[in-house]
Design a protein around this ligand. Structure first.
Ligand code: AKG
Length: 298
């Protein structure tokens, strides 16, 4: 049975502005969700639906092993979500993005030097593992359909316009982000469907404290346990509190010493995927792009 909560107040925009990119503390929330809850924003729109144990029995040891294997792939392209701070160098404000374990699986739309739609590098190299992961994403989709049917329908409307080469079959998702044991700085997600909804489920191993998922604007948090699922509006600012593992140290990656691990799996739709052709068409586009810039890009 889901409880219902409507938030009455929000943080002043100036205070929210100061939090962007920051790793939060426990002073950033007043309400900690502990049971199945549906939370509404002051204007009545849904903020999140928290489903404790929502993935229990739907993530196998083989699927966990694939997600765990991603921990050593680090990236510095998460911007403020990496918890990096802006620093002033002379007149300039620069951000030094930290390397964090965050991998993108599935499909991605054109951007930067990639002028074509594609499966991400990991996905292309690990197709059997990618296929192994798909059934658990089906469970996330079923929960989304059950608990936020209007957002699910809106997302499926766009999925129906997307070439099936880029869709996780039977789901409203094109793309998955897998994070391993770092606190995201306060951020909003970019490029995912406005009218849709995002989803995060958590897998935990070993012992750690912190890593609580917070909506600082609404001062609401949840301490996602193993197999917990949250359906959420990722266009609202969110981030995590710092993590401390059983060794007693702050951890920003999987702890080899004590095995503390917090994996978060974020499933969503990239809105621009509706503009993509089929995979063979996009490969042609990639080859044409490479030909055009021969000698300029490699
Ligand atoms: O790990 C989490 O709880 C949050 C993940 C997240 O916000 C993101 O990957 O954008």
């Amino acid at each position: 049975m889901l409880s219902s909560l409507r938030i009455r107040s929000r943080l002043h925009p100036d205070d929210l502005e100061r939090l962007k990119g920051k790793v939060l503390g426990d002073d950033s929330y007043d309400v900690l969700l502990t049971g199945p809850t549906r939370v509404y924003m002051p204007d009545g729109r849904p903020l999140c639906v928290y489903l404790p144990g929502g993935m229990t029995g739907h993530v196998s040891e083989e699927q966990y092993a694939v997600l765990h294997s991603l921990r050593s792939d680090k990236t510095n392209n998460r911007g403020p979500a990496s918890g990096s701070q802006y620093v002033r160098v002379g007149e300039q404000k620069r951000s030094y993005a930290m390397h964090v374990s965050s991998n993108i699986l599935g499909a991605f739309d054109p951007g930067g030097t990639f002028r074509f739609c594609r499966l991400t590098a990991w996905t292309g190299k690990h197709l059997p593992e990618w296929e192994l992961l798909r059934p658990m994403l089906g469970r996330v989709a079923d929960q989304m359909k059950l608990h936020v049917p209007d957002r699910y329908a809106a997302q499926m409307e766009e999925i129906d316009k997307t070439h099936p080469d880029w869709v996780v079959p039977g789901t409203p998702f094109t793309t998955i982000t897998v994070n391993n044991t770092y606190p995201t700085g306060v951020h909003t997600d970019k490029g995912d469907l406005d009218k849709g909804f995002s989803t995060i489920f958590c897998l935990r191993r070993g012992t750690y404290s912190g890593g609580r998922f917070v909506f600082p604007e609404f001062r609401v948090a949840v301490d996602l346990q193993d197999n917990d699922l949250i359906l959420m509006d990722a266009h609202q600012y969110h981030g995590n509190t710092a993590l401390t593992c059983a060794c007693g140290v702050r951890c920003t990656s999987y702890c080899d010493a004590c095995g503390a691990e917090r994996i978060s799996v974020v499933s969503y739709m990239r809105s621009a995927m509706t503009t993509c052709g089929s995979e063979p068409e996009e490969i042609k586009r990639a080859v044409a792009h490479r030909e055009k810039f021969k000698g300029v890009i490699r």
